[in-house]
Design a protein around this ligand. Structure first.
Ligand code: GTP
Ligand code: MG
Length: 577
């Protein structure tokens, strides 16, 4: 009997739960206005099942497509986006009122006979939600199709221009136009965070994988995690996916009954070594994605990494995907971050700013290596908000203490991810009234003085602990407390962080004090976050208020050949250190 079964017998009142079955989600979420993580995931999973993506020749195809697709059911929303390929390719993401209607639209679709009859190659006849709206057959014309009333069009079409990140110039322009640093912080968050279309596209990518293997694995679940769902994702962020063949995070009543069944499935024997088993399976899934799934291209298998992953690009969604099969805590870690983001409206804008600042001064890098990751950086922000005299976030320990039987979650490999999901039970209320810009400055000041040499950061306790080993930076992994999330960070990179936070504190303090700029000066010169995000040629230690003044250039501290990250062409987001 596995851990989940045991727990469910131990706690008969434990509400059985399965991500796929979050059907209750919509109504509850609407009633409260703020969906919890499971509701958020459940809603989007269902929304993906009600959706199709149709490639069209241009945005002007909207009325014709709307008319055509309306024959299968009631269309709730249509969102247009384009992907820059050799040409600009246009797509419409349509959401129907029910999954049956979307299925009817998919089932009505034909395979591309034109390709085979013209000798242009035969498409593999795979069924998926990714479709193409071809021109009408000669003679069939557009005659007889009802014209779309203007109000109908306005109601249905919600065009969101693009799914890609704001470019540097547009962002600069936006921040110039703000009236204060606080407004800059808000604008940065609102205009760079992953939008609704971005989330829908990510759940469709997950559904495509899930449906592709559903014949053999009817319970399969491809579960998005990481920044696509934790509320800290920006436009264009990658999609982290965990693929589970059995699709469950906990046990249902039916499973408990099945335990007693006398009929047992014949199955293939597992390889003795779990890791090589996962690697073989992933190799096979990688081939399947590569050979059969429309839109999937540039499939790379990174199977020797600690957590093996398959990376691919989805050309219809313009999306990078990292698929793993064995990083089960990632989903619950994302839930914790999602909850932190929901607790206080300052958490996400602050984290966005810190992440962008770190990117602009080269502290983070898209390749894996000895530099701090976005995830570790996010942990630093959460910890800072926990340890304030007036904390803005509770310690995870307090959430664990407040957990009840309904909160029990244990991963298949036995890692306990139990913590209270209902913040009212935690009873945490923040009395902190600092503005975002004040918090940002305090963040930089706090880490300027933090003793990374001797102290470890514990989000579980909400305070620093003695460092248990000699890693340059130690962030206790919140869900596996014997592990260090930032074990990869080298001494040089840790020092660089210290230097950069000092520089940022120094710079931001003068910016915060400088409130005398007129509106025209703000438009013309660099100020506030614009100065924080400036990419200096060399980072310089400023004379500062915390340490005895000295002038040192970061690059002088290290071997120059090491100051640039080596080119590594893969990223393993799920490495468990
Ligand atoms: P971006 O992809 O950079 O936008 O952020 P992300 O939060 O998605 O980070 P990433 O793709 O690197 O990782 C995805 C998720 O995996 C994170 O949100 C964490 O939940 C988890 N994760 C990433 N790195 C680590 C790590 O070093 N240790 C542990 N335990 N979990 C990690
Ligand atoms: Mg990610």
């Amino acid at each position: 009997m596995n851990t989940l079964m045991r727990l469910s017998l131990q706690f008969p009142q434990w509400r059985t739960y399965c991500i796929k079955q979050c059907a209750f989600a919509g109504a509850e979420a609407a009633a409260r206005g703020k969906p919890n993580y499971e509701e958020f995931i459940g809603n989007h999973h269902q929304q993906a099942q009600r959706s199709i993506v149709v490639q069209v020749s241009s945005e002007k195809s909207y009325a014709e497509l709307y008319n055509y697709c309306s024959r299968f059911g009631h269309i709730v929303t249509v969102q247009h986006y384009s992907v820059q390929h050799e040409d600009e390719l246009h797509y419409m993401l349509l959401e129907y009122a029910s999954s049956e209607e979307a299925t009817a639209a998919i089932s009505s679709s034909a395979y591309n006979a034109e390709l085979s009859s013209s000798g242009g190659g035969n498409g593999v006849p795979v069924r998926s939600p990714f479709l193409w709206f071809r021109a009408p057959a000669p003679g069939a014309g557009r005659r007889g199709q009802p014209k779309l009333a203007n109000n109908q069009k306005a109601h249905a079409l919600h065009t969101i221009y693009g799914t890609r990140a704001l470019n540097h110039e547009a962002l600069k322009e936006l921040l110039h136009g703000a009236s204060s640093i606080d407004q800059q912080l808000h604008l940065l968050y609102e205009r760079t965070c992953l939008n609704d279309l971005g989330v829908r596209m990510r759940f469709l990518a997950a559904l495509q994988v899930e449906q592709a293997i559903s014949g053999m694995f009817p319970e399969a679940l491809a579960q998005p995690f990481g920044s696509s769902v934790n509320g800290f994702g920006k436009m264009g962020c990658d999609l982290d996916l965990i693929l589970r063949f059995d699709g469950k995070t906990t046990t249902t009543d039916q499973d408990i009954q099945r335990e007693a069944s006398r009929l047992i499935y014949h199955t293939k024997e597992n390889l003795s070594n779990g890791r090589s088993q996962t690697q073989r399976q992933m190799e096979c899934i990688g081939d399947m994605l590569h050979l059969f799934l429309p839109g999937v291209c540039h499939v790379r298998r990174i199977l020797q990494a600690r957590v093996p992953i398959i990376k691919y690009h989805h050309e219809h969604l313009d999306l990078e995907v990292d698929l793993s099969m064995s990083n089960l805590t990632g989903f619950f870690m994302s839930e914790l971050l999602y909850m932190f983001g929901q607790i206080d409206p300052r958490v996400r804008p602050l984290t966005f700013c810190v992440r962008r600042w770190a990117q602009s001064c080269g502290l983070t890098n898209p390749s894996p290596g000895r530099w701090i990751t976005n995830f570790s950086l996010t942990c630093l922000v959460m910890f800072f908000l926990q340890q304030l005299r007036q904390p803005i976030l509770p310690a995870i320990g307090a959430m664990v203490k407040a957990a009840t039987a309904t909160d029990i979650r244990v991963t298949e490999d036995g890692i306990n991810c139990t913590f209270a999901r209902d913040m009212e039970r935690v009873g945490f209320q923040s009395r902190n009234t600092s503005s975002l810009s004040e918090l940002l400055l305090q963040f930089f000041e706090f880490y300027s003085q933090f003793d990374f040499h001797n102290r470890a950061i514990s989000l579980n306790e909400g305070r620093a602990l003695a460092k248990p080993d000699h890693s340059a930076m130690y962030i206790v992994n919140p869900l596996e407390q014997l592990l260090n999330v930032s074990k990869n960070v080298s001494l040089e990179e840790s020092e660089r962080l210290r230097i950069e936070v000092r520089n940022a504190a120094w710079m931001l303090e003068s910016e915060v004090e400088n409130t005398t700029l007129s509106e025209s000066e703000r438009r013309e010169q660099s100020w506030g976050l614009l100065n924080l995000f400036k990419h200096p040629e060399k980072s310089v230690i400023r004379p500062n208020m915390f340490f005895k003044p000295r002038m040192v250039e970061v690059s002088d501290l290290f071997d120059k050949s090491q100051s640039q990250p080596p080119a590594i062409n893969y990223k393993s987001p799920t490495v468990r250190q």
